[in-house]
Design a protein around this ligand. Sequence first.
Ligand code: ATR
Length: 298
Amino acid sequence: MKSCKFGVFGYPINHSLSPIMQTAAFEALGMFECEYKAYAVEPGRLKEEILKAQAEKFTGLNLTIPLKEKVFETGLVIPDHFAEKAGAINTLHFKGEEIYGYNTDAEGAFKALEYAGCDTSGKNILIIGAGGASKSISLFFAEYGNHLKIINRTAEKAERLAEEIVEKTGNPNVFGSGFESGWEDLKNADVIIQTTELGMGKYKDVSVFDEFPLEKEETKTKLIRECLSGKTVFDIVYNPGETKFLREAKTAANVTTLNGVMMLVFQGALAFEIWTGKKPDAGVMKEAVLNALLEREE
Ligand code: ATR
C-alpha cells in the first residue's frame, strides 16, 4: 500500500481526469510513494467520508461537483479567506488534527490566461454565466481590482452575484445583467470568460452567441467579428476541446482563444503545491490530460 494518500471526491466521479493528471505529476517528481484515486461520495455521506480519509491518514483531497459548496455544512473544514468568500472549496489539506480548505479554481483560471499570454491586470473582463464557476472567477478578478461585467440568461442571478461581489470585495466596478446587452458587453470587454455549460453534452451545438438578441439588419457572424477582434476569449469547458463558442470566436481577427484544459491543470497544480510544498510540472500534467481526452474521443 502507498504511504501517501490523495484523492478526489465527487458524485458522479467516473469522468474525473484528476487521478491521471495528479499521478503523472507525482511520477514526474519521482514521488512513487503517493497515490491519487477517485471516490464516488454521495453528498449525504460527505462528512463521514472526510472523517474516514482523515483516520486513514490521507494528506489531501480535491472536491468536485456537487460537494464544493456542501462541504461547509460538515463543519469539519477551516476555509481560507478566499474559499470562505467564494462559498466553495475544491482542495482539502489534512494537517495535524486540522482540515484546511482552499479554492484553487479561480487562480487556475487566472494562470491559464497568463499561460496563454494574456495579462489581465487593469483589463475589462466580461464573465458569461452566474453559477458556481462564475462566482469564484468573478470574485478573484474583483479582488484584483478588475472592471467586471457578469451576464447571465437569468438576469436577476447576475445582478445578485454582482451585488454580492461588490459587497465582499469593496470593488464598485462589478455589474450584472441579462443577455440583452450581450453584443455591447462583448464590445466593451478586453477579456471574455465563458462559464456556462453551453457547448457541452446536450448543449454541444449551442453557443452563447445564439442567445444574444439581434437587430433586424445585424447578423451573428458580422457582430462576432466586430466585437471580438484583438481580444482574449476563454471558454472554461475542456471537453469538447473546442466548443461552438470558441469556434465562432476564432472567426474574428487576432483573437486569442483558450479552452478549460490549462485551468484544470493549474487548479490541480496549485492543490499539489498546497499538499506537498513542491511545484509540479504543469507541462506533464497537460500532456496527461490531453492524452486522456484523446483516448475518450476514440
Ligand atoms: P457551475 O457550477 O458549473 O457554474 P451552475 O452553478 O449550475 O454550474 O451554473 C450554470 C450556469 O450555466 C448558469 O449561469 C446558467 O444560467 P441560468 O442561471 O440562467 O440557469 C447557465 N446555463 C445553463 N444552461 C443554459 C442555457 N441553456 N442557456 C444559457 N445559460 C445556461
